[in-house]
Ligand binder design. Structure first.
Ligand code: ADP
Ligand code: ZN
Ligand code: ZN
Length: 816
């Protein structure tokens, strides 16, 4: 008789492609497993895997390959619904990334078990350790292990060299050493707290302390209380509770607690009456709710009230029992969005972003999975939220490059929002005042429907933008050159009216181009092919790529001269200049140097809203989405910094950041003004930004993209290689290039693909690693992805081995 065995498909959290089949032991056969983690044998190790699906199949259908049995089930409740599995599979396919690692990226960190192997010495090993005179590597290992068992990592550290795996394996075979395994649970666990309630209605009448009496009284009127709450109500409750419980008068149980990431209470707001345009937008989109997949692009100028549209749609969806995901590009904006949503929706808002501790994240995750919070707000990773019955996914500031994850699974959350909506048959709404060329193109080819907001709320006008030609500002020198008369005049005027000024420059630090005054050599990074930036507040030159620092007093490394000229400007220099020009003004700076500490961004933004800051100097951080009505003047110190980047999106990015930063002016009752300083006053990007005219920018830009066959007219995948050894990296790049050429020639469907490279990356070395790239372009995504898939899974590891790292970046954002 053939038993009805239960099999499961498991994605292991390892860099391997595809999923694996395992057998479920009979005693676990009744447990539903999909979406849970299991512990499985894999090769020589034990690893965590995620159950994708179950199947009951007869033995022989499996062929004669030996199927291993799972060791344990790690979760009581599934971590993701089975509806997420097609999403994970899509991501794995499209981004050419192992499915187990996709799921690992999607889940909150710290959940995985890991296994640590220790080596210990056997009696035979002890014998061998003492005998010989010469000290081989093997001998040294044995002598160390004689003291106590050690992990491979500890052994390597102790001996300060690499230990070949083959040696350990052979020593194990010869029974000189053996492996001990230890499994450590993941670091993050659900946090629980004791709750108390009365066991019955009979109470002690005498022999009872004051605090015991109070505890009983509190539990009578509240039914159930946590220990924490009881301690607040009754001093010394802990002891009283213990006594009462031991006597059987009260009962306790453990309940999960949620670490509240909001920290403060927010008072409810009153929804404003929508403008005609907002109302139209809400009904236009809301009409499609619950009727399947439909993608929208909300193009609304800065200050047109897009958030109000999001909130109305969200409440419409929640009232009909749907879930809502709102993606926001970064933490500072999330806190603003969360405040507005919480004021409207109260407790039912969950929040997910990298600023939360692992524990907080897990709590939020569980609350979402338990259907306690129909609204999820978060940064890009919130696209993986375990929300069920999703009605609408909203992506605010959809053009923002922080939706693109660099490192690990290189996904774009904006694109995934559309994919998830399609798979879950719901609405997706991308919103921006400066949409990406890609998204607007999707409107042009009727893939997305455009919904427009063309007016600012309450008839506030757009700021008036004056372009100042920096070329004509020649007579002044140094930093003065960057403060045109017009800008200084307007700043004076604004400050005298007690209004606020925002100064924008897209580069941090003091001097971005320190050069030796004697020999002309630039001060360069030791590890990267790039100039260092002087940071005066840190008294050091810093590398913006690898973090290398060098004391600010250092001499020229070429000629030893002490005379270093500080060319190039950054926000620090601007801040110093403002303090010099306006000694009375309260000046602050917001860039990634001043916002390292947790909470510092919020502090600066609070200063803005409380008007304890007169002038804020900052990088693109200040350009994004913020709504501060006190700002009436925006100064763009030098608009050109990003225009010259060797990247086909340089124009798009420049337009976006300029239009966004200009949009920060005049959001309150008084009119705003923008001084835009530039060396290229005739460039169409600058002109369109001046006119806040996205369409005119798009019309020009799209023609240029078409001519050069750049996205959205083609698809791109970048294969990147890097390694510490210059020659090896170069050779691997050449070898991969050769494979690409051979594959393309040998297969008809690949012949249309364009192959650019291998070439050295624009920044040839970062953090001591030499960098090469191969850019692949295709009109159609399917053959392109199939092609790269073949290269990555059939050739890459064989050619590159351990010393050179290689990965594919699908739809790359940063071309350098
Ligand atoms: P956007 O994101 O489009 O730049 P916001 O959503 O931040 O604009 O809205 C700008 C300001 O206008 C906010 O302070 C918001 O509270 C306010 N606002 C939005 N809609 C209305 C409305 N219908 N009536 C009054 N004020 C509104
Ligand atoms: Zn020099
Ligand atoms: Zn560096």
């Amino acid at each position: 008789m053939v038993k009805n065995l239960k099999y499961i498909d498991v994605a292991v959290a390892l860099p391997v492609f595809g999923s694996y089949t395992y057998l479920v032991p009979e005693e676990m056969a009744d447990i539903p497993l999909a979406g849970k983690r299991v512990f499985v044998p894999f090769g020589q190790r034990m690893v965590t895997g995620y159950v994708l699906c179950e199947s009951k199949q007869e033995n022989e259908a499996r062929g004669d390959k030996e199927i291993k049995t799972i060791i344990d089930v790690l979760d009581e409740k599934p971590l993701f619904q089975s509806s997420m599995i097609p999403f994970f599979k899509w991501i794995s396919d499209y981004y050419i990334h192992p499915i187990g690692e996709v799921i690992k990226t999607a889940l909150p960190g710290g959940l995985n078990l890991y296994e640590i192997a220790y080596y210990a010495i056997t009696d035979k090993g002890k014998e061998a350790a003492g005998r010989k005179q010469t000290v081989s590597l093997e001998e040294r290992i044995l002598r160390l292990l004689e003291k106590y068992p050690m992990s491979v990592k500890a052994l390597c550290m102790e001996m300060s060299c690499d230990i070949p795996g083959a040696l350990l394996y052979s020593m194990e075979k010869r029974k000189l050493i053996y492996k001990q395994k230890e499994i450590k649970p993941g670091k993050t666990k659900e946090k629980t707290e004791s709750h108390f309630f009365l066991s019955g209605s009979c109470f002690p009448s005498c022999n009872i302390s004051e605090s015991q009496n109070k505890v009983i009284y509190c539990l009578k009127s509240n039914r159930e209380l946590s220990l924490k709450r009881l301690n607040q109500l009754v001093p010394g409750a802990s002891r009283a509770v213990r006594v009462l419980r031991d006597k059987g008068y009260i009962t306790s149980c453990l309940k999960p607690v949620y670490r509240d990431p909001f920290g403060e209470t927010i008072s409810p707001d009153i929804a404003p009456v929508l403008t005609k345009e907002q109302e139209k937008a809400v009904s236009q989109i809301g009409n499609y709710l619950g009727k399947g997949f439909a993608p929208f692009l909300l193009t609304g100028i800065t200050g047109s009230g897009k958030t109000e549209v999001y909130m109305n749609l969200a409440s419409f969806a929640v009232n009909q029992g749907f879930g809502v995901i709102v993606l926001v590009p970064e933490i500072a904006l999330i806190s603003q969005m969360v405040r507005r949503f919480r004021a409207r929706f109260g407790e039912c808002v969950a929040i997910l972003h990298s600023g939360l501790s692992a524990g907080e994240k897990l709590d939020q995750w569980i609350r979402i999975a338990d259907k306690k919070t129909p609204v999820v707000i978060g940064a890009r990773s919130a696209i993986f939220a375990p929300l069920s019955n999703t009605g609408i996914i909203i992506v605010d500031e959809e053009h923002d490059s922080s939706y693109k994850q660099e490192g690990g699974l290189r996904y774009n959350a904006r694109d995934l929002a559309v994919v998830r909506a399609k798979l879950e048959n719901c609405l997706v709404l991308l919103g921006s005042a400066t949409p990406s060329v890609q998204s607007y193109y999707n409107v042009a080819i009727k893939k997305f429907s455009e919904v427009a907001l063309t007016k600012r709320v309450e008839d506030r006008s757009l700021p008036e933008i004056t372009v100042v030609d920096l070329k004509k500002n020649r007579d002044s020198r140094g930093i003065r050159r960057y403060f045109s008369e017009e800008l200084i005049y307007r700043m004076k005027e604004t400050l005298s009216r007690k209004e606020q000024v925002l100064l924008f420059l897209n580069r941090r630090g003091f001097s971005g181009f320190p050069v030796c005054g004697t020999c002309g050599e630039a001060v360069r990074c030791k590890n990267c092919d790039i100039s260092l930036t002087l940071h005066k507040s840190a008294n050091a030159y810093k590398c913006h790529y690898c973090g290398f620092t060098k004391a600010s007093g250092s001499n020229c490394s070429n000629c030893g001269s002490t005379e270093i000229k500080l060319l190039g400007l950054g926000t620090e220099k601007v801040e110093a200049a403002v303090k010099n020009l306006f000694p009375e003004a309260r000046v602050e700076r917001m860039d990634s140097d001043t916002t390292v500490k947790k909470g510092s961004t919020v502090k600066i933004l609070k200063g803005l809203s409380e008007k304890s800051i007169d002038v804020l100097v900052g990088t693109q951080m200040i350009a994004k989405g913020h709504d501060y009505p006190g700002i009436t003047l925006v100064g763009i110190i030098c608009a050109d910094l990003s225009l010259a980047f060797p990247d086909f999106r340089a124009g798009e990015r420049t337009f976006q950041v300029l239009a966004q930063v200009a949009g920060r002016a005049g959001r309150g009752a008084s009119k705003g003004r923008v001084i835009l300083q530039t060396y290229n006053p005739e460039h169409f990007t600058i002109l369109s930004a001046r006119d806040q005219d996205f369409k005119s920018f798009y019309e020009k830009e799209i023609r240029f993209r078409e001519e050069l066959n750049y996205p959205p007219f083609s698809r791109m995948i970048m294969i990147r290689l890097s390694g510490k050894d210059k020659k090896k990296t170069y050779e691997c790049a050449k070898a991969i290039g050769k494979c690409c050429n051979a594959l393309r020639q040998g297969n008809k469907s690949f012949q249309k693909l364009k192959l650019l490279g291998p070439i050295e990356a624009s920044v040839t070395r970062i953090a001591g690693r030499f960098r090469w790239q191969i850019l692949l372009k295709g009109d159609d995504s399917r053959p392109l992805h199939r092609f790269v898939h073949k290269i990555m899974f059939e050739n890459a590891q064989k050619i590159c081995g351990r010393n050179v790292s290689i990965y594919a970046d699908v739809d790359p954002y940063f071309m350098m």
